[in-house]
Write a protein that binds this ligand. Structure first.
Ligand code: PMP
Length: 399
């Protein structure tokens, strides 16, 4: 078949360019020291930042949830799949942002991807004149949300608040929506949210903050980027994910109650999809208690200390550790093949660190992306830093 032949040719091309993606198969539940394809590894690649994905308290709550509610929700939220425990979870999530968004309500989505496409396409349906302003390094789910929204979208350069100001000033749209990640997923740095919010207030725009890598981690109580920066505004629309630091699955959007009500009417990824299993919502209630409580605080402190261990242990000459104070610690290698070679060399030493290549990052900036978890051991992190140093120095010697 002709179409299949061209598909195979394209896959072979990806192979030649060092861009074909493959999946490694984990055999064990442990995220920081898993057995992968039969071999134990030190993994530095998950988003399980607080080490909660295997927490026995959350696992027990999930079992209990299954006992109480069974395995499936049975229908979408608007038909008959909306359970009291979903409602309780949404109330609890709203309490996480109550200090930052007046009249806050929350809506629980099955995934962060669905939350982002749902909120953008849903809000675009509000008016004939909507314009979206998007940060250059935004996550793919926000970009797909803009595509589904089918309204004019302008991209501003990474963290360039002045460029955003110019775009907002030039816009004649009735409804303006600025969209940004809070923590950039491939760089680990923070968006200048206070300055962006000040602009949004001046221009009457909404600010949608994707806090996938900040929820549970930033702020004293782990409430996320809005707590970290001490922001409060009715212009804020907050998106947090629950499959990363929270250790389970799903995501939520929190905003003014009427905006949330609108999403219940018009966010198609919410309306036309089976509600996530109520047992997950039950487990998430325990996860949120841990995040806010003393154990969550201790985990955030451990993580900060591991970040320092890594940055102090790295002695790089040509590769560059990007400036990042979060659990995402990228080391830019440059070309695709050297980055892949570095990831392979780390794998041979027993470390699982992914090489991130274009199109996920710009050409020429392929990188090792180390992610840390509160469950890592300080010695494990120090050894990783030494291994990276050795590999860089040996690649330099070969060059
Ligand atoms: N936003 C960002 C910034 C992300 O990194 C991700 C996941 N990698 C998502 C949204 C999507 O979240 P989920 O995995 O829950 O679909």
């Amino acid at each position: 078949m002709k179409a299949l032949e061209s598909l195979r040719r394209r896959l072979a091309q990806l192979d030649e360019q060092g861009l074909r993606r493959v999946r490694r198969t984990s055999d064990s539940p442990c995220i920081v020291q898993p057995t992968v394809d039969g071999r134990p590894l030190h993994a530095f690649c998950s988003n399980d930042y607080l080490g909660l994905a295997n927490d026995p308290r959350i696992a027990r709550a999930l079992h209990e949830g299954v006992e109480l509610f069974g395995t499936g929700s049975g229908a979408s939220h608007l038909i008959s799949g909306h359970y009291r425990v979903h409602q309780r979870l949404e109330e609890r999530l709203a309490s996480f942002v109550a200090d930052h968004v007046p009249q806050a309500q929350a809506l629980y989505f099955s995934t962060g991807y669905m939350a982002n496409v749902g909120v953008l396409a849903g809000l675009a349906a509000l008016d004939d004149s909507v314009e979206i302003f998007s940060e250059q390094l935004n996550h793919a789910s926000l970009i797909d949300g803009m595509r589904l929204a089918r309204v004019p979208a302008r991209v501003y350069a990474h963290c360039d608040v002045q460029a955003l100001d110019a775009l907002l000033t030039a816009s004649k749209a009735n409804i303006k929506i600025v969209v940004t990640d809070s923590v950039f997923s491939m760089d680990g740095n923070l968006a200048p949210l206070p300055r962006i919010l000040a602009l949004c207030e001046r221009h009457g725009a909404w600010l949608l903050v994707d806090d996938a890598h900040g929820f549970g981690l930033l702020g004293r109580q782990g409430h996320g980027a809005l707590e970290h920066f001490g922001l409060r505004s009715e212009h804020l629309i907050y998106m947090g994910t629950l499959g990363k630091a929270a250790g389970v699955a799903g995501a939520f959007v929190a905003a003014d109650a009427s905006l949330i009500d609108w999403l219940v009417q018009r966010a198609r990824s919410y309306v036309f999809s089976t509600a996530s299993p109520p047992a997950l919502a039950h487990a998430l209630l325990t996860s949120l208690d841990i995040i806010e409580g003393p154990d969550g605080m201790a985990r955030r402190e451990r993580l900060q200390s591991l970040i320092s261990t890594l940055s102090q242990g790295l002695r790089l000459r040509r590769w560059q550790r990007l400036e990042s104070s979060t659990a995402i610690q990228p080391i830019v290698v440059g070309g695709n093949e050297p980055a892949m070679a570095a990831a392979r060399a780390l794998h041979e030493l027993g470390y699982w660190v992914p090489a991130i290549r274009p199109p996920t990052v710009p050409a020429g900036t392929a990188r090792l992306r180390i992610t840390l978890s509160a469950n890592h051991d300080p010695a494990q992190v120090a050894h990783l830093a030494e291994a990276v140093n050795r590999i860089e120095h040996s690649q330099e010697a070969e060059a």
